[in-house]
Design a protein around this ligand. Structure first.
Ligand SMILES: NC(=O)c1ccc[n+]([C@@H]2O[C@H](COP(=O)([O-])OP(=O)(O)OC[C@H]3O[C@@H](n4cnc5c(N)ncnc54)[C@H](O)[C@@H]3O)[C@@H](O)[C@H]2O)c1
Length: 343
């Protein structure tokens, strides 16, 4: 994911200057720096932050290191783009947000679906009142291929609800323009029982209650095999919206044997536009002293739903989503630099 962001920043975000890449696997950082024809690569975030010319940092480490990296970058006074999830537990997330508020920097969390043209179009119609009051939210998020067991053994990412369903939790809040108040999660490891020892699951269904009375349901699956399948439906009092399609492109090939179509197979293809638009927006806002469009608080709210969903899956009972009101920092943003955001 970090490589795609780096490619976008280097080649397709005119207001950004990609200055350096850091990876604990330094060879990887060196290789990508060479591919993208930039001079600086480092083997840690701390070393990179010593590089005075950097204005902002993009974090795409595995999930469990996000919060610490946000804290470190905030203390160094940098604006931050952090991949989802903000953290894998509440304490780490609080520390990260406190550091951001204390330093007066800005933080955007990588919920790129909000920038996908189809989701953005749906939101415009909801905001215009075209479907009336949203009543039911229904979302499907299925990855195509199973991850190797080593990905679970390394224990560096959150379980399914934190690393995958978190996108749908964010969509639920955003599209319904409401907070999720209660969840009831069902889960299965039926086709891959060995995942249980890593406290993870193959598929989960999470029922939702919203604070103002609406309801919802999210179905997540890590190995649907047939495609990368992300779709959402919002049913309102005056109309409904379907977002997404299992097809990669709207084309059907017809022969005497029948018809077939090419299915989406990966998030990098399905959300290519969204990844680029979110970075253009982040860079633009940082450069022009504006707040980020997807905030640290959004990251926290989605994480709180994931925590409740995991608790529900472990206990078998519905769980209220616990939210602590926090003092949000009022980051003002630096004066615009003339030559672009150095990241
Ligand atoms: N928004 C999305 O749609 C989306 C899609 C894929 C991944 N992600 C998120 O992006 C993040 C990265 O995912 P990935 O699939 O690229 O993971 P990955 O394991 O392929 O890559 C992570 C990289 O981070 C490096 N790293 C590990 N710890 C580090 C540290 N402390 N400091 C610097 N570098 C460190 C690793 O060496 C590795 O090169 C994850 O949090 C994931 O949830 C988001």
């Amino acid at each position: 994911m970090g490589k795609r962001h780096a490619e976008n920043l280097r080649r397709l975000v005119p207001e950004a200057h990609l200055v350096a890449i850091a990876d604990v696997a330094h060879q990887r950082a060196q290789q990508i720096a060479a591919e993208l024809e930039i001079e600086k690569s480092f083997s840690s975030l701390e070393e990179m932050l010593a590089c005075k010319e950097i204005d902002a940092v993009l974090i795409a480490t595995p999930d469990k290191f996000h919060a610490r990296a946000v804290e470190t970058a905030a203390r160094a006074g940098k604006d931050i783009f952090c991949e989802k999830p903000l953290a894998t537990n509440r304490a780490d997330a609080c520390n990260a947000l406190n550091a951001v508020a204390h330093a007066g920097v800005r933080l955007q969390v990588g919920f790129m679906r909000r920038y996908d043209p189809a989701y953005a179009a749906a939101m415009k119609r909801i905001e215009a009142g075209e479907i009336g009051d949203p009543v039911v939210f229904k979302s499907v998020g299925r990855d195509k291929d199973p991850s190797p067991l080593s990905a679970y053994q390394s224990n560096v990412n959150g379980m399914l609800f934190y690393t995958n369903t978190i996108h749908d939790f964010d969509l639920a809040r955003w599209l319904m323009r409401d907070e999720v108040s209660e969840v009831h999660a069902y889960s299965t490891v039926t086709i891959r029982p060995e995942l249980a020892q890593y406290r993870d699951i193959v598929a989960g269904v999470v029922n939702l209650k919203f604070a103002h009375g609406a309801i919802g349901n999210i179905d997540s699956h890590v190995q649907a095999i047939y495609a990368y399948d992300v779709r959402t439906e919002i049913v309102g009092s005056k109309g409904s919206i379907f977002v997404g399609s299992v097809e990669r492109t709207p084309v059907t090939f017809l022969t005497p044997a029948g018809g077939n179509t090419v299915l989406a197979d990966h998030f990098l293809g399905r959300f290519a536009d969204a990844y680029l638009i979110e970075l253009r927006d982040f860079v633009h806002n940082m450069l022009h002293g504006l707040p980020p469009r997807v905030t640290g608080e959004d990251g926290m709210r989605a994480l709180e739903i994931a925590i409740a969903a995991e608790e529900s899956h472990l206990s078998g009972n519905p769980r209220a989503v616990q939210h602590q009101e926090r003092e949000s920092g009022s980051a003002v943003g630096c004066a615009p630099a003339l030559d672009g955001l150095r990241i």
